[in-house]
Design a binder for this molecule. Structure first.
Ligand code: PMP
Length: 445
């Protein structure tokens, strides 16, 4: 493959943009390819190379790069009407009504412009609602580029995970291990009266893909109820992807007080949202006293794209299609790994998939909840295996990023370059895309 034009563009970008990119994950080694356009489940780069695209914009593109006709028409008509106004529009009310009808926890919703803005606002809302300062987060969880959650370490020793965040801020954040109900009980026993909220991705999706163990979210729900804290599900990735239009909360049957959204809810345009119980969400100004505001919030083009995206999914076999391809990929990759790299672990559910380059396969059958093997697609817990994230922290990160990802790219398959970020199927992907990808996997592994 020729990458001359991408290399030139990256060289220019390095002169005027930090790291040559506007979001750090895009700075792939040795240089990113620059995309010229999308086509169905594919992207074509500036040198004319075509790739099967499983990155899907890091999650928002439920339809890949081919928008269904009604979605495209809705977007075009709102662009043509003038992009935005600084006054409310009907389409944002309709979008809010749709979400409230389908997502169990949502009675009221505030639209913002990114997943990060949604989680920033959710934390402020929880603090305002409870009059408390501390938030519990999961080790390995991600809630965007914000001060309250870019914290690592433990509840006893929380530290900022990046330069630029004062140590004092991190003291208000309590990281606990995911899937460990005892640790959650302990943190509440110690700090319960100071905890405003627990923030949790219902499925950890930024550290491989880690499913919750049975009863974990129920434990968090009970602890929040007992101590008067809010349970916040961060469904920026899982929202309208896992569990269909009811989101992951409907799949797991646990209703949080507040849900944060992003990605699919804006149909490919910049978006975030904070939804939940009306008495909580109405804490936001002007209904309540927790300040929240934004020039672009509820942008008509985004609202039209998001609403048309969800309506189309409600009326067509979208989730059936994306989930079927997701399962095919997970099963196919599992077979390839069993033969060629049995230490690797295939993770995911619904339309999400990833291979984690774990260093050892579990040899103790008791290490699996079903008493079988976590790499066995016939296992009845295959889609919900709680063990699959166990060794993620020790995965062979460099091998994924510096060798395997490159080999796949050169074979025309675009995966997430970071070992820990997941990949997505879309309505535009085909069986042939799955076959092409499995063939490339077989060679590259
Ligand atoms: N929460 C989760 C769970 C995410 O995965 C992300 C981003 N991938 C965010 C929040 C932040 O969203 P954004 O990048 O739109 O700010």
């Amino acid at each position: 493959m020729n990458h001359e034009r991408s290399r030139e563009l990256y060289d220019r970008a390095l002169s005027v943009m930090p790291g040559g990119v506007n979001s750090s994950v895009r700075a792939t080694m040795p240089h990113p390819f620059f995309v010229e356009r999308g086509d169905g489940g594919h992207v074509i780069d500036a040198d004319g190379n075509r790739y099967v695209d499983w990155v899907m914009g890091y999650g928002p593109l439920l339809y890949g790069h081919d928008l269904p006709e009604p979605v495209e028409a809705a977007i075009q008509s709102h662009v043509a009407a003038g992009p935005m106004y600084g006054a409310p529009t009907e389409v944002e009310v309709e979008h809010a009504e749709f979400v409230a009808r389908h997502v169990p926890s949502v009675e009221s919703i505030r639209f913002v412009n990114s997943g990060t803005e949604a989680t920033v606002s959710a934390v402020r809302l929880a603090r305002g609602h409870t009059g408390r300062d501390k938030v519990v987060v999961m080790q390995g969880g991600y809630h965007g580029a914000q001060e309250s959650t870019l914290v690592e370490g433990s509840a006893e020793d929380p530290r900022p995970s990046t330069a630029g965040i004062p140590e004092e801020f991190a003291k208000h954040t309590l990281p606990v291990p995911f899937n460990d109900p005892e640790a959650a009980k302990e943190v509440f026993a110690e700090h319960g009266d100071d905890i405003a909220a627990v923030l949790v991705e219902p499925i950890l999706a930024n550290t491989g893909i880690v499913m919750p163990v049975d009863g974990y979210h129920e434990t968090l729900r009970d602890l929040c109820d007992d101590y008067g804290a809010l349970l916040v599900f961060d469904e920026v990735i899982t929202g309208f992807r896992v569990g269909g239009l009811g989101c992951a909360q409907s799949k797991f049957g646990v209703t949080p007080d507040v849900t944060t959204f992003g990605k699919i809810i804006g149909g490919g345009f910049p978006v975030g949202a904070i939804g939940g119980r009306a008495d909580v969400i109405e804490g936001f100004t002007p209904a309540g006293d927790v300040f929240q505001s934004g020039t672009f919030s509820g942008h008509p083009v985004t609202m039209a794209a998001g609403k048309a995206t969800l309506e189309y999914a409600a009326e067509n076999d979208v989730y059936e299609h994306v989930n079927r391809l997701g399962r095919k990929l997970r099963e196919g990759i599992t077979e390839i790994c069993a033969e060629r790299a049995p230490e690797y672990t295939v993770v995911g559910t619904d339309s999400m998939f990833k291979t984690v380059f774990t260093r050892e396969a579990p040899d103790d059958p008791d290490d699996c909840c079903a008493g079988g093997c976590r790499q066995n697609p016939d296992c009845d817990r295959y889609d919900a295996c709680p063990k699959t994230g166990a060794d993620v922290a020790n995965a062979a990160t460099d091998r994924w990023e510096r060798v395997f990802w490159q080999e796949m790219k050169e074979r025309g398959v675009f995966l997430t370059a970071n070992q820990f970020e997941c990949q997505f199927t879309s309505y535009a992907h085909t069986e042939e895309d799955v076959e092409t990808t499995l063939e490339a996997y077989r060679e590259a592994i």
